[in-house]
Design a protein around this ligand. Structure first.
Ligand SMILES: Cc1ncc(COP(=O)(O)O)c(C=O)c1O
Length: 457
């Protein structure tokens, strides 16, 4: 396909640059299946106009340079900042070897729930190693990080209990809460004062209810971090339980890979700690960690995604165990060092171009764009210039706060960073021109406030 920017179609219907997934979340009418057609019409309009930058597939390993096929069957390649393999372990020779050995020994499947015969010597070894990593806490393994997050709330909370959660807590935690109780209280992102006020009110009215406070140790759309000590103190004052999801920073950040909690000496602050293996441990899978054997055993039989879902495969368990060995070794320190060096360099380079990197340094570098229309047009152009990064738009982030989420890897080089930031700048310029040229309806969504002008902060 000819991808020179001059050959690209710029006449894009306004509807492809407007609207969001939120518009299709609650379709109405008696035909449960048929009533969802509107979503496909809107999505396909976007797809046909190359402004649906989702559901892409890789045709090579998710390394720093990657071949990709779009959902509209367009093939491209470039510098990859869209994979969450922060420590670049997914093609590590030791990890590949561990996977091969596990296949040789077990075949490829665990063939059962962990509650029945799904555990293997590999998963038991991983449980023990992870427990040691977390300072002796109990660990329960789950087939995905999502199922671990869901289980960590659903497994403990009952209908008369209360969940007090950061409004931006991950979908798995939100859905776990919804499955468990109607008493869900969202607090403004990172607002510890709001948590204290809410806890005080709940405790006054419901002296005997369980209260679970839910947050993350690194928020993945904003790259920001809560006040762990303040939340711990609030939970102690009001007799609440603190749950922290460390999916994005465990392994990749902090001393010995213990994440932001390790870096602040607050690992023990979480009564319930959950995480995913899919960001830094080179595999699908996740865990819930608690402080007592009784709490762990309870989860094994009362959290649905543990009891009624097939266990982590022996290959995944071997991969995660080997990744953990590397994470805890000198090589792990060296990889985290390179990763942080790349993060800081990317943030600096982005800022030097006049764009804004949001949040604090972490493997996620959100680069602010603003309007959804401009974000979609940039996403369409970025591959032309050899850049790969994920667009995040409403409702994953607030309206008119679209951003590109750059996910940094240890194996990136400064040259990769330079090239991708240049590509982003070129795509932004091209998108601004597209935006001017776009033939749209009378009401041009591209000319609304907060578009091109707000991209450079
Ligand atoms: C904060 C958080 N928790 C849990 C998950 C779920 O993990 P996984 O994708 O490994 O199932 C994710 C992944 O997107 C996440 O960002």
């Amino acid at each position: 396909m000819d991808m020179s920017s001059s050959s690209r179609k710029v006449s894009i219907p306004a509807a492809a640059l407007q609207g969001s997934l939120r518009d299709y979340r609650a379709p109405t009418g008696p035909d449960l299946v048929g009533r969802v057609d509107g979503f496909f019409e809107w999505q396909d309009l976007r797809r046909r106009n190359e402004v649906w930058p989702y559901a892409r597939s890789t045709e090579t390993a998710p390394a720093t340079f990657c071949k990709v096929r779009s959902d509209a069957d367009r093939s491209f390649q470039g510098i990859n900042f869209a994979s969450q393999d922060y420590l670049s372990l997914s093609s590590h020779p030791r990890i590949k070897q561990a996977a091969i050995e596990a296949v040789e020994r077990y075949g490829v499947h665990s063939a059962g729930s962990a509650a029945l015969l799904g555990n293997t010597a590999n998963s038991l070894e991983l449980e023990a190693k992870f427990s040691d990593f977390l300072g002796g806490r109990e660990v329960v393994l789950y087939p995905t990080g999502w199922s671990a997050g869901f289980a960590s709330v659903q497994g403990f909370v009952r209908p008369d209990d209360h969940v007090v959660m950061d409004v931006l807590a991950h979908s798995c935690l939100q859905e776990g809460a919804r499955a468990a109780t109607q008493n869900i209280h969202h607090f403004a992102h990172l607002n510890t004062g709001a948590v204290i006020r809410r806890l005080s009110k709940i405790r006054e009215k419901f002296p005997d209810a369980g209260i679970l406070v839910v947050t993350e140790s690194l928020f993945s759309m904003h790259s920001d971090v809560p006040d762990f000590a303040g939340l711990r103190e609030a939970c102690d004052t009001y007799g609440a339980t603190l749950l922290i999801d460390c999916a994005h920073d465990l392994g990749a950040m902090g001393p010995g890979g213990l994440g932001n909690l390790g870096a602040t000496g607050m690992l023990g602050a979480a009564d319930v700690l959950i995480g995913s293996f899919s960001k830094s441990f080179a595999s699908n899978g996740g865990f819930v960690s608690v402080k007592t054997r009784s709490a762990a055993e309870y989860l094994k039989y009362f959290s649905a995604t543990q009891t009624f879902s097939n266990a982590l495969s022996p290959v995944q368990a071997a991969v995660v165990a080997t990744a953990l060995d590397i994470i805890r070794s000198e090589e792990g320190d060296e990889r985290r060092h390179r990763l942080m060096d790349n993060i800081l360099y990317l943030r600096r380079t982005v800022e030097n171009t006049g764009l804004r990197a949001l949040g604090v340094p972490s493997p996620i570098v959100p680069v602010f764009v603003g309007s959804e229309a401009l974000g979609r047009l940039i996403a369409r152009r970025l591959p032309d210039f050899g850049g790969i990064a994920n667009l995040v738009e409403y409702p994953a982030v607030p309206k008119a706060e679209s951003r590109f989420r750059f996910q940094v890897m240890a194996d990136h080089t400064h040259a990769d960073v330079d090239r991708v930031v240049v590509a982003l700048g070129q795509a932004l310029d091209a998108a601004r021109t597209d935006l001017e040229l776009c033939v749209t309806t009378d009401e041009n969504p591209l000319k609304s406030p907060g578009t091109a002008a707000s991209a450079a902060a």
